[in-house]
Design a protein around this ligand. Structure first.
Ligand code: 13P
Length: 253
C-alpha cells in the first residue's frame, strides 16, 4: 500500500491558444472537482497561464509551466524566471523534458541548476528522465536513467528532495502510442528510487515518481498498481478535458 498521494500532471506542450485553454478549463473543472484522492496539475504554455490561474482559482487544479531558466533575473532575452512563474500562479514546473534535451540541447547540468533554483524559489519541480530506443535496445536503460537522476538531483538536501517529483518518460513511448509495460516502467522507477536512496536515504520513500509516455485512461490503472509509480505526466491525452478527467478519476494507488 503506497502512502504517497498520486499526482496526475498534464503537459500540453506547444498546444492550445487562449480560447482553447479556457474552453478546456471550463469543461475540466466540474469533472475534476470530486477527485480528492489525487493531486492535479495542468502544465500549460506560458501565454495561457494568467487566464488559467483565474479560471482555476478556488479549485483543486494547480497550474504548472513547462520550463524555466536557471538564473533569477537579468539579461536573458526570451527566458522566463521562476519568480515570474510563481507570480502568474504556477505551483509546478517541468524541468528537463526530453523534447528540450533533444531539440534544444538542455544538459543534465542545466537540469540540476534549474531544479535547485526552482526549489529555492518555492516551485515544485517535475524533473524528467528517460532513455532513447537505442539505449533501451542496448540494455542500458536503467544505467542511463540512474545517471540522469543522479546528475539532476545529487547534492540536494533531503528536505528539498522531498519536494521534487521525478517523471520517467522513455523517449520511445512519447507520442507514439507505445506505452512501456507496467512491469518495465516499474523496474526503471524502482531503479530511480534506489538511486535517490543512495544519496538521500529515507527521503527517497517520500518522493513521487511519475510515468509518462502514451498514458491514457485505458492504461493508467495498471501503471499505478505497481509499487513505485505514483502518477503520470500526460501529454496528448491531457488535451481533452473528458479524457484527462477520466485519467484523474482512475488514478488510485
Ligand atoms: P504523450 O502522453 O503524448 O506520449 O506525451 C508524454 C509526455 O511527453 C509528457 O510529458
Amino acid at each position: 500500500m503506497k502512502t504517497r498521494t498520486p499526482l496526475i500532471a498534464g503537459n500540453w506542450k506547444m498546444n492550445k491558444l487562449m480560447n482553447e485553454a479556457l474552453a478546456f478549463a471550463r469543461e475540466f473543472k466540474p469533472l475534476a472537482q470530486e477527485a480528492v484522492h489525487v493531486d492535479i496539475a495542468v502544465c500549460a504554455p506560458f501565454t495561457c497561464l494568467a487566464a488559467l490561474r483565474d479560471e482555476f482559482r478556488g479549485t483543486n487544479i494547480r497550474l504548472g509551466a513547462q520550463n524555466m531558466f536557471y538564473e533569477r533575473q537579468g539579461a536573458f532575452t526570451g527566458e522566463i524566471s521562476p519568480a515570474m512563474l510563481l507570480d502568474v500562479g504556477c505551483s509546478w514546473v517541468i524541468i528537463g523534458h526530453s523534447e528540450r534535451r533533444e531539440l534544444l540541447g538542455e544538459t543534465d547540468g542545466d537540469v540540476a541548476r534549474k531544479t535547485r533554483l526552482a526549489l529555492e524559489t518555492g516551485l515544485l519541480p517535475i524533473v524528467c528522465v528517460g532513455e532513447t530506443l537505442a539505449v533501451r535496445e542496448a540494455g542500458r536503460a536503467a544505467t542511463h536513467v540512474r545517471a540522469q537522476t543522479e546528475k539532476g538531483l545529487a547534492g540536494l538536501a533531503p528536505d528539498d528532495l522531498r519536494r521534487v517529483t521525478v517523471a520517467y518518460e522513455p523517449i520511445w513511448a512519447i507520442g507514439t502510442g507505445r506505452t512501456a509495460t507496467a512491469a518495465d516502467a516499474q523496474e526503471i522507477c524502482a531503479a530511480i528510487r534506489a538511486t535517490i536512496a543512495g544519496f538521500a536515504g529515507p527521503a527517497a520513500g517520500d518522493i513521487r515518481i511519475l510515468y509518462g509516455g502514451s498514458v491514457k485512461s485505458g492504461n493508467i490503472a495498471e501503471l499505478l498498481k505497481t509499487g513505485d509509480i505514483d502518477g503520470a505526466l500526460v501529454g496528448g491525452a491531457s488535451l481533452g478535458a473528458a479524457e484527462f478527467a477520466e485519467i484523474v478519476r482512475l488514478a488510485r494507488v
